[in-house]
Design a protein around this ligand. Sequence first.
Ligand code: IMP
Ligand code: MG
Length: 175
Amino acid sequence: MAEHIRVLISEEDVDARIREIGEQISRDYAGKEVHLVCVLKGGSFFLCELAKRITVPVSLDFMSVSSYGSETMSSGVVKIVKDLDEPIQGKHVLVVEDIVDSGRTLSYLKEMMLDRKPESLRICTLLDKPDRRVVDVDVDYTGFHIPDEFVVGYGLDYAQKYRNLPYIGVVEFDD
Ligand code: IMP
Ligand code: MG
């Protein structure tokens, strides 16, 4: 089936919002260092742009998880494919995610990271689909709340495609 992409959030709007979040994080963490934990692969584009807008000292680490299930539905069972390289004990950890959908991935990751005793733990997501929430999870910084539509771009994929789009788009199928 052929598909096309409808622009939902323009490149300009995404960039402007990331600047704002970066400024807010810089104010909130004034006098501290922030340890950004990126959830691969989707969070990677957001992480890079966000990190450039943060003015307090930043360190980075990466984690990769897979949720068992189909392309567009997560099952709630999260498997760690690549763990963090560094311990997070005593650090101000900020998890950087592409999107919160059911909330299952983040609530699992949050519990797992809290067990490792960070000094603080917050969550930053570029996108949030509140209508899809199954598990409650507190998000500290959100780029945009979006409707329940499957989106791509800025790191988000459909069958591994479209991650490199510089805007957020909705996948529409032609019939
Ligand atoms: P959750 O555990 O249901 O919150 O799933 C979050 C993960 O599902 C995200 O990190 C994405 O990898 C993926 N996901 C959820 N919604 C979308 C979407 O609209 N487009 C692309 N990936 C999505
Ligand atoms: Mg993700």
